[in-house]
Design a binder for this molecule. Sequence first.
Ligand code: UDP
Ligand code: MG
Length: 140
Amino acid sequence: MAIERTLSIIKPDATKRNLTGKIVAKFEDAGLRVVASKRIALTTATAGEFYAEHKERGFYGELVEYMASEPVVVQVLEGEGAIAKNREVMGATDPAQADAGTIRKEFALSKGENSVHGSDSAASAAREIAFFFSGLELVG
Ligand code: UDP
Ligand code: MG
């Protein structure tokens, strides 16, 4: 399998509860490397643009407000099959459906406040990495 990069976000519910380190440890334990990282405050405009694919969904407004409610940590994770591996480590969107040992099973509060975002495909990963990071910030 190829070395890939994927975009991860540690979401407001997790940064607020001081869980950044515990979540990064889950990625590292799974063989993913943090190759870029920054803690930022999203505006509702930026969060809305990032999640534009969900614009027509009923949860969109709430999602955008939530993502702008506290700082987030955006990171690029690198490794073998990083896109799928990250989704595995995250667990299902709804923590009630997530497998034991996954980040969402252990830390998520609800389907909305579910602690992490991860790109869902190679195309999403490319778009989402470029959304937050310039080439100069990707040092490997
Ligand atoms: N979400 C929500 N309610 C839903 C589905 C999604 O609040 O019924 C939120 C949740 O924070 C989720 C995000 O919207 O992580 C993006 O949804 P998606 O279906 O892309 O889930 P993910 O890829 O994050 O697992
Ligand atoms: Mg998604």
